[in-house]
Design a protein around this ligand. Structure first.
Ligand code: NDP
Ligand code: 13P
Length: 312
């Protein structure tokens, strides 16, 4: 299978490093030049990886991994769907599109209906993958035979893919954990301590499951790598941009606006969805209100702590 990766940010480049160790890979990035990964400083791309800024230079890849930021995916597909014709497409982004309220696989299925789209998601920092550290992710595809062939092609000795047919569960887990990670960062930045973070993660997980089940996801998917696994990683690691963004917010510090923080737009998108569906998502709503500047973190914490007492 000929593999192309679209998006030469940290994650696309890290996947190119991992898969380029196994065989030829084409890495496309807008405006990219030279055999380098600009968002992964110090990481060398293997010789097997060819880099291009021209989308029509992909040749005819069998598999295309889309490693673009979530809010850029819809616009990218609207412009470039023709270049992806016939390929098996794998979403590698985490989030919900604010404009449409759709996840990455629904956007892909609309623009490129040739094959059912897959999603690759789970606990995996780009820097860890690029260093060849062991990583396990979920590869979800509604067509299990296609999922199995992708699982075999995209697994390596250090990148271990588990297969699922629960696409919506896998992608909502990856999208929602970023929202909860911002909240966990706020808790730590505001000096509220590790016990409060554990409570926040647990209640955050409960609302992740609530929303996902309302879309027909399976509870065990949320308990797996793409849900619980990635929630734990992102809420507890300094490497997470969502966590660091939340921590800066909680500490009243500025944060570099050029850094990709997927949980901000996704908090807003899922709060809208939750409101429409009548689903209780207090943490996501607070993150949306906080990041839009409608409330302070002190007000958010006060509001969460003063909710009516209830059964767990
Ligand atoms: N980094 C990580 O550890 C992981 C990231 N992910 C997910 O991968 C996705 C991508 O994140 P990541 O690689 O980290 O992001 P980065 O911020 O590292 O890079 C984003 C890349 O996307 C490019 N880009 C932005 N907008 C567009 C557009 N409209 N058209 C084409 N290219 C565009 C940027 O190009 P330019 O430089 O020109 O702006 C840049 O190369 C996210 O959904 C993230 O959640 C998943 C697992 C791990
Ligand atoms: O998704 C990730 C790890 O699985 C990366 O998290 P951040 O986007 O918060 O850095």
């Amino acid at each position: 299978m000929k593999v192309a990766i679209l998006g030469a940010g940290a994650f696309g480049a890290a996947l190119a490093v991992a898969l380029g160790r196994e065989g030829p890979v084409t890495l496309w990035g807008r405006g990219i030049s030279g055999h380098v990964a600009p968002r992964l400083p110090g990481v060398d791309l293997p010789e097997n990886v060819s880099v291009t800024a021209e989308i029509n230079n992909l040749g005819v890849p069998d598999v295309v991994l889309l490693a673009l930021p979530m809010q850029a995916l819809g616009g990218f597909l609207a412009q470039n769907a023709r270049a992806l014709r016939g390929a098996r497409l794998v979403a590698c982004c985490k989030g919900v599109d604010l404009a449409s309220g759709l996840g990455p696989t629904a956007l892909i299925a609309q623009a490129c209906p040739d094959h059912p789209p897959a999603i690759l998601t789970g606990p995996s920092f780009a820097a860890d993958i690029a260093r060849g550290l062991p990583t396990a992710l979920t590869l979800a595809c509604a067509d299990d035979a296609l999922g199995e062939s992708l699982q075999k092609r995209l697994s390596t000795s250090v990148l271990r893919l588990y297969r699922s047919t629960d696409v919506v569960g896998a992608e909502l887990g990856g999208a929602l954990k970023n929202v909860i990670a911002i909240a966990a960062g706020v808790v730590i930045g505001a000096g509220l301590g590790d016990s409060a973070r554990a409570a926040l993660m647990t209640r955050g997980y409960a609302e992740m499951v609530r929303l996902a089940l309302s879309f027909g996801a399976r509870a065990e998917t949320l308990a797996g790598l793409s849900g619980f696994g990635d929630l734990v990683l992102t809420c507890t690691s300094e490497q997470s941009r969502n966590f660091r963004f939340g921590r800066a917010l909680g500490a009243g510090q500025a944060f570099d606006a050029s850094v990709t923080v997927e949980g901000v737009a996704t908090a807003k998108a899922v709060s809208n969805i939750a409101e429409t569906k009548g689903i209780d998502m207090p943490v996501a709503s607070m993150v949306a209100a906080l990041t839009e500047g409608r409330i302070t973190h002190a007000q958010a914490i006060q509001a969460l702590m003063s909710r009516p007492l209830k059964q767990e």
